[in-house]
Design a protein around this ligand. Structure first.
Ligand SMILES: [Zn+2]
Ligand SMILES: [Zn+2]
Length: 220
């Protein structure tokens, strides 16, 4: 598997190259090797492999591109745990590989001071100028390419047993009596779609949150 090609593909998908996108590519390739997954098993229509991600940041996009387990093909499971970690597992035996990334360790060892200071200013404090922003994206891309070579010893890699997860069921649709749109039967309550009813869950940057009367409410 050519990591450089994958990172270029990931850039098209994600919009930019950044360190954690590249780490997503790197750890996915490790998991694929460990589980001896063949090329034709990746993104197969039968949802043969699953990726269980524990965060929704840049890392996740590197994982989606490399493993072929995506949000839309139902092979990506989002566990709202806020950890830089993921598990790749085969449905045939539910033996998986979980890889955890210690971001502090990686940053300390592989990021230069200039990039870290810029990151703090531009992303954390949102106080960067346009020039800072451009400079950061260049530095970020440079570090990203370096991340592809991180030795596997830098990650926590463990064999795990995964409790079986159902394949995406197909449900019939009903029409909402307010908006008239078709809705999956499990997402309709007293004849109303959850949007019209006002209460539903959504994944936003901070994780899964409940919307009440259409407004973002508490984090789970
Ligand atoms: Zn990114
Ligand atoms: Zn409706």
């Amino acid at each position: 598997m050519n990591l450089a090609t994958l990172l270029t593909k990931a850039k098209d998908f994600h919009g930019h190259i950044c360190p954690f996108l590249a780490i997503g590519v790197r750890i996915s390739s490790i998991a694929i090797e460990e589980l001896r997954i063949r090329r034709d098993e990746i993104a197969s229509i039968g949802e043969e492999i699953l990726a269980i991600v524990e965060c929704n940041n840049c890392l996740t996009d590197g994982i989606q591109v490399t493993t072929g387990c995506t949000f839309g093909n139902n092979s990506l499971v989002y566990a709202d745990l806020g950890k830089n970690a993921f598990t790749l597992v085969k449905r045939s035996d539910w033996n998986g590989i979980r890889i955890y990334v210690d971001a502090d360790k990686i940053r300390e060892k592989y990021f230069d001071r200039e990039a870290l200071e810029l990151f703090e200013k531009v992303i954390v404090k949102r106080k960067g100028s346009k020039e800072d922003y451009q400079k950061l994206s260049k530095l970020w891309e440079k570090i990203g390419w370096k991340m592809l070579e991180i030795p596997r010893e830098e990650f926590k890699i463990e064999r795990v047993r995964v409790e079986p997860i159902e394949r995406a069921p197909i449900f019939e649709s009903l029409k909402c009596k307010k908006c008239g749109e078709n809705v999956m039967v499990t997402r309709i309550k007293d004849g109303l779609c959850l949007k019209c009813a006002g209460n539903y869950y959504a994944i936003v940057g901070r994780g899964i949150v409940r919307f009440e009367n259409g407004k973002m409410g508490d984090v789970l």
